[in-house]
Design a binder for this molecule. Structure first.
Ligand code: ATP
Ligand code: MG
Length: 436
């Protein structure tokens, strides 16, 4: 971001993609929506969250995304000749309550099944045979969503909305809870400043408090996730503090294992007006925290300490230990590093003795492994994402080159995307963070 006031120093952000005024709705979709549709069609859980101050264009962006995503989804299913059922659900969250926007705003109960999965009891998804069916359903939901005029926006969203397009095997039509791919489009309500609330009714004041509280909880989760990803210490992420964060937990938390195919795009909307500078900076700081979290997680995934060793690696390590004096015992260490780390020393004595070694040999190997483990953990703790800033700068430069060569879908050629200084005098620039 450029100089916000004469007194504020320049601050640089490195989003994956930055979009200025020249980027139209189709381009926004090909940059953001298309990779999410790919994820969904690949059986994954895709999500796009629009975040930013009131009046900065979140609803505009997400409504366009809804329309284009439906179109692209049906087009892709037709091209692939796949017989999948498309279903749509749409609800809004106001404070502790959720309402089904496609069914007379019926109240929906949010339930945690105890395993960490959150269910919306009573939310009814609508089967859609054509793209027009999806458009009609979403247009209806958008019309009945709670809006009010605020100082910054004549049609300000006064609730958080979550629209979900999901794919189902036709045989599963009755069981809409087990999609084979889904896309969530989240349009958050914008926070309002207290100084703009002088003429608010008691109801509006309560609504403003609820919105500001839930957005505060979201920020807190983003902050805690960053600390957790950096592995500073066991970090509790307070998703349970609000219904909004409980709802978004599955899209914000890191994936579990390779089978867990999730992709979340986070769009930070900023307004170029000087009077919005503080808001914009705050929005971008949270987007930056999301980027750092994503980067720290990637680094952690890449990290291969003794606990990640394969059986072969373990055998080779024992064979070369202390100048190779345990080579004859190595074949008996057909175990993963993870297994070794939790093994009881008595179990190792048994293995080593069976292979012709002594208890002293077993103690030596046990101590050497745990020493390696300790060193690796210390090294991992001291690895800060910024350690790799040179490599990142080079990657960003190369991503920029590739983006120029392939302007419509830049991140297919790069996981990192584009770095830009956000001093673009744009009416509705968006900053987009992609995480997997
Ligand atoms: N890219 C755009 N091009 C043209 N008009 C836009 C664009 N983005 C937003 N607008 C217009 O700006 C106004 C405010 O946008 P919008 O309602 O999307 O803001 P918002 O971030 O959802 O605000 P709130 O948090 O109050 O709901 C609307 O009239 C909208 O049509
Ligand atoms: Mg809105």
């Amino acid at each position: 971001m450029g100089a916000l006031t004469d007194k504020v120093a320049t601050k640089k952000y490195e989003p994956h993609v930055a979009m200025g005024p020249e980027v139209d709705d189709d381009a926004v979709f090909s940059l953001l929506g298309a990779p999410l549709i790919d994820c969904m069609l690949g059986g994954g859980r895709a999500c796009c969250i629009a975040y930013g101050q009131t009046g900065s264009g979140k609803t505009h962006t997400q409504t366009n995304l809804q329309i284009r995503a439906a179109r692209e989804l049906f087009r892709a299913l037709e091209t692939r000749g796949e017989e999948l059922l498309v279903m749509v659900s749409f609800f809004e969250n106001c404070g502790d309550r959720c309402y089904d926007l496609l069914h007379e705003r019926h109240e929906v109960q949010l339930r945690d099944d105890g395993t960490g999965e959150v269910h919306l009891a009573g939310l009814r998804a609508v089967p859609c045979a054509t793209v027009e069916d999806v458009h009609d359903a979403l247009a209806f939901g958008n019309r009945v969503r709670r809006t009010e005029a605020t100082a910054a926006n004549a049609q300000s969203s006064r609730s958080h909305s979550i629209c979900t397009l999901s794919l189902h095997q036709p045989s599963q039509a009755a069981d809409a809870t087990t999609p084979v791919g889904s896309l969530r489009i989240v349009d958050l309500a914008g926070s309002e400043r207290h100084e703009n609330s002088a003429t608010h009714s008691a109801e509006r004041l309560q609504e403003m408090k609820e919105i500001n509280y839930s957005l505060g909880c979201l920020k807190e989760c983003i902050r805690s996730q960053l600390l957790a990803a950096k592995g500073k210490k066991q970090q509790h992420v307070p998703y349970r503090n609000s219904k909004l964060t409980l709802l978004l937990k599955e899209n914000l938390e890191p994936g579990i294992g390779e089978q867990d195919h999730r992709r979340t795009a986070f769009i930070a909307h900023v307004s170029p007006m000087r009077s919005s500078a503080a808001h914009s900076r705050n929005t971008l700081d949270y987007a930056a925290a999301m980027i750092e979290t994503s980067r720290a997680e990637q680094e952690r995934k890449k990290f291969v300490g003794p606990e990640q060793w394969s059986k072969k690696h373990m055998v080779d390590w024992v064979a070369q230990l202390d100048g190779g004096r345990f080579t004859h015992l190595a074949p008996s260490f057909q175990m993963t590093g993870k297994m070794f780390a939790v093994s009881w020393v008595g179990e190792l004595h048994r293995r080593v003795k069976a292979a012709g070694g002594t208890e002293a040999d077993s103690n030596f190997i046990y101590d050497a492994f745990h020493m390696e483990l300790k060193k690796a953990k210390a090294a991992q703790r001291s690895r800060k994402p910024s350690d790799s800033s040179e490599a990142r700068t080079a990657a960003v430069a190369s991503a920029n080159q590739k983006r120029k060569a392939n302007p419509t879908r830049p991140w297919e050629s790069s996981g990192l995307g584009v770095a830009m200084e956000l001093d673009v005098p744009a009416p509705h620039p968006g900053v987009h963070v992609q995480r997997e």
